[in-house]
Design a protein around this ligand. Structure first.
Ligand code: ZN
Length: 211
């Protein structure tokens, strides 16, 4: 897989499409969005765990990977996870990374919110969830890193650039900007400050599967 397989759909929504369709934190999806084989939810906040959007892409075959505390809110094939877990879901190896704030109250560590590293066709992709720059990022090994940059609820652009320098991905992509929190200027500042290769993915309106 390469960057053509990676789509940013706004806010923290990342859609990876190869032979398999994988969504992180689907939110404000268009009607008729491509169905999901695998959905990964980082935490329970409305802009990351949107039931309205999950139903748009969930089929009988869809596997949902969600924080363990929320697992009973979902039906179908659901796997509850906590930081530190390593699982395989829909054939995809998944490592569960903690996600939490260190200098703000919105995502306390004890809630066990998460980020994920998944491996798709040999390419490792890290979706950090809503987090500050945390020590556990030192152990993250990934090719692509999707990092929140808006500040307020997560790392700001400068903190995210510092995190990217620790993680050292082949490519860092700013997320969590442009709607609920953060502006394009935050993404641009992240690009400017990053010493790792970084890129703004333009927000896509997906090719529709139907109508
Ligand atoms: Zn949140």
């Amino acid at each position: 897989m390469d960057l053509d397989n990676v789509h940013w759909l706004g806010h923290s929504t990342v859609h990876i499409v190869t032979d398999i369709s994988i969504y992180f934190d689907p939110y404000h999806l268009p009607h008729g969005a491509i169905p999901a084989d695998l959905i990964l939810i980082t935490h329970e906040h409305y802009d990351h765990c949107s039931m309205d959007d999950i139903v748009k892409i969930k089929t009988e075959k869809t596997v949902l990977v969600v924080p363990r505390k929320n697992a009973n809110q979902f039906s179908g094939q659901v796997i509850g996870v906590a930081p530190g877990d390593q699982i395989t879901a829909a054939g995809i190896p998944i490592q569960v990374i903690p996600a939490y704030n260190i200098n703000k109250p919105y995502h306390p560590k004890d809630r066990q919110y998460v980020g994920y590293i998944i491996e798709v066709e040999g390419v490792r992709c890290y979706h950090a969830g809503d987090t500050d720059h945390i020590p556990e990022m030192q152990d993250v090994k990934t090719d692509i890193a999707f990092l929140p940059v808006s500040g307020t609820y997560t790392m700001n652009a400068q903190e995210a650039a510092e995190a990217a320098e620790i993680i050292r991905p082949k490519l860092a992509v700013p997320i969590h900007w442009g709607s609920v929190a953060g502006y394009r200027t935050d993404a641009e500042q992240f690009i400017r400050l990053s010493r790792t290769r970084s890129l703004i993915l333009e927000q896509e309106t997906e090719p529709f599967s139907g109508e």
